[in-house]
Unconditional design. Sequence first.
Length: 86
Amino acid sequence: MRLAQKLIYLNSSGKCIRIFLEPWAEQFQIAPGEGIEILVYTPDEATEGVLEFEQVEGGLIVYGYEGCVINLKSNGNDLTPSDQIG
């Protein structure tokens, strides 16, 4: 897998938010003031796509594209998906 994109996201809202990764139905809790890296990997240079972002109340939805893998990191450590909340 090769790194195709690296984005930085900072939660400056003053409250915990969730980042949802679709189509994997994973969610991650991000603390106030926490910055994370959104790393997008593809199997090869020929794989192209466009990430989509949707701001929703209480969080952000990141829509991946076919063939990509998305990894979230905080302070260099992989984030673990949170328990699903209603």
